[in-house]
Ligand binder design. Structure first.
Ligand SMILES: Cc1cc2nc3c(=O)[nH]c(=O)nc-3n(C[C@H](O)[C@H](O)[C@H](O)COP(=O)(O)OP(=O)(O)OC[C@H]3O[C@@H](n4cnc5c(N)ncnc54)[C@H](O)[C@@H]3O)c2cc1C
Ligand code: SF4
Ligand code: SF4
Ligand code: SF4
Length: 393
């Protein structure tokens, strides 16, 4: 082989070990964190989802990104026990998506000297993972934010440096993010790491929530101060009520699909492509605990539909976290199979509707709200018929 042929072979080989998962990529950021030469950068695509962009000219073909990727490397555990939970403190219950299991566990964890890293949301700046170590700072974590919050390289650094200082860390995120954290933290530090995954049907993009919120402000002529995805409203228990609060003092509550962001989420037209093929939508779980909604029809006395969390205990560390809960809420063991039977992402990924192909191109052309109405036309039709029948009756 001549010298120039050898050079060509080396050049062809460059970057062949670099991670490239296409539509299966969850955007978890583990590969960016793992790259020793910094040739991976997370870049936002035209729909507003982050994907790794690899500079193959500087890639040294070490394969560390492939090893860190949860799609190749994941340890999952089958749940041992299931519980239903509702927090006793009304401030926790009223701000949480379901029964406030996350906030209660986080509270117990920080009062035991640990630090918690979870998602907080700002209607102007968007969501971010924050690491906190006091009870007062936990309030911004309460409530589910139904869109993708990017896990950045700096977040992995924060987790690792807290663990290095001997502080126990509790991380809560989607299953793909939990696995990314698990793969990123060196084995020697893992004993202090506690993981909670949420049951996850999928995530819309950051660009989509921004587009929705800016349209809301334009229509209202006032700045949006707060957007709660699941406000607790009397008489609407068991429904997703979106609450929008404005700078002019007005507040608007919209039930279920009446809110156009929730409608697109519920009809699954705005989710990341990877979510329709999610390998973590199954009974084997990523975290020490799994949290979700307890929708079972047979609720014991004292538990309210829509205000009850489902907790799955998957590991010994999970049992330890539950042991710390003390008297913060009401917890009751429930039959595992019955409690998980109807929760789709515990069995398989949600299906991809045909309208998914059009949602983001339409959003860019005609705006979020009109795209949501068009792509969720079944809901819009039902809604129009209901209104028509209502006005005649
Ligand atoms: C995108 C998404 C989809 C979901 N789909 C389902 C489902 O199909 N079935 C089901 O039973 N439950 C689902 N959940 C979980 C559900 O909304 C509640 O989180 C769960 O019932 C626990 O409620 P809680 O009151 O204990 O905690 P909450 O107060 O809701 O928990 C808050 C914590 O959850 C985590 N979290 C919130 N938003 C995000 C986000 N965007 N990305 C990563 N982590 C986040 C954070 O760490 C946050 O601080 C979903 C949650 C999200 C964010
Ligand atoms: S981790 Fe290694 S193989 Fe992956 S992109 Fe970086 S240098 Fe290349
Ligand atoms: S799934 Fe995560 S680790 Fe794998 S390629 Fe995508 S961002 Fe990188
Ligand atoms: S559905 Fe799967 S891929 Fe999508 S955000 Fe949830 S865990 Fe990640």
């Amino acid at each position: 082989m001549s010298k120039s042929q050898k050079e060509l072979t080396v050049q062809r080989g460059r970057g062949t070990m670099a991670v490239d998962k296409g539509i299966y990529c969850t955007g978890c950021g583990a590969c960016e964190r793992a790259c020793p030469v910094g040739c991976i950068e997370m870049a936002v695509d035209s729909e507003g989802f982050s994907f790794p962009r690899i500079d193959k000219t500087t890639c040294i073909d070490c394969g560390k990104c492939e090893k860190a990727c949860p799609l190749n490397n994941n340890t999952l555990q089958r749940s041992k026990n299931a519980y239903c939970y509702t927090a006793k403190t009304s401030s926790i219950l009223s701000t949480s998506a379901s029964g406030g299991a996350f906030s209660s566990i986080a509270r117990a964890f920080v009062s035991d000297g640990g630090a918690v890293i979870a998602v907080s949301d700002d209607v102007q700046k968007g969501s971010s993972f924050e690491l906190v170590s006091t009870g007062e700072e936990l309030s911004s974590f309460a409530g589910s934010k139904y869109y993708q919050c990017d896990l950045k390289s700096s977040d992995f650094v924060k987790i690792e440096s807290a663990l290095k200082q001997g502080v126990c860390v509790l991380f809560c995120g989607t299953p793909c993010q939990v696995l990314a954290v698990k793969n990123a933290v060196p084995k020697r530090l893992q004993h202090g790491l506690y993981l909670i995954d949420i049951i996850c049907q999928g995530v819309p993009s950051r660009t989509s929530i921004d587009a929705y919120r800016r349209e809301v402000e334009k229509r209202k002529g006032s700045k949006l101060l707060q957007h709660v995805f699941r406000a607790k409203v009397k008489g609407e228990e068991g429904h997703y009520v979106s609450r929008l609060s404005f700078a002019d003092g007005d507040r608007c509550d919209q039930v279920g699909g009446d809110n156009l962001f929730t409608r697109a989420f519920m009809y699954q037209v705005s989710l990341r492509e990877s979510c329709y093929q999610c390998p973590f939508a199954r009974q084997e779980r990523a975290g020490d605990l799994t949290l979700g909604d307890y929708w079972s029809e047979s609720l014991e006395e004292g538990y309210v539909r829509g205000s009850t969390s489902l907790i799955l205990e998957n590991t010994k560390k999970g049992a330890e976290l539950l042991g710390q809960l003390g008297s913060l809420g009401r917890i009751q063991k429930v039959p595992l199979e019955a409690a998980t039977a109807d929760n789709i992402p515990l069995h398989h990924p949600v299906s991809r509707p045909f309208a998914r192909s059009f949602f983001y191109p339409l959003m860019r052309k005609i705006g979020f709200m009109r795209a949501s109405k068009l792509c969720c036309w079944r809901y819009s039709l039902k809604h129009a018929v209901r209104r028509c029948v209502g006005s005649r009756g």
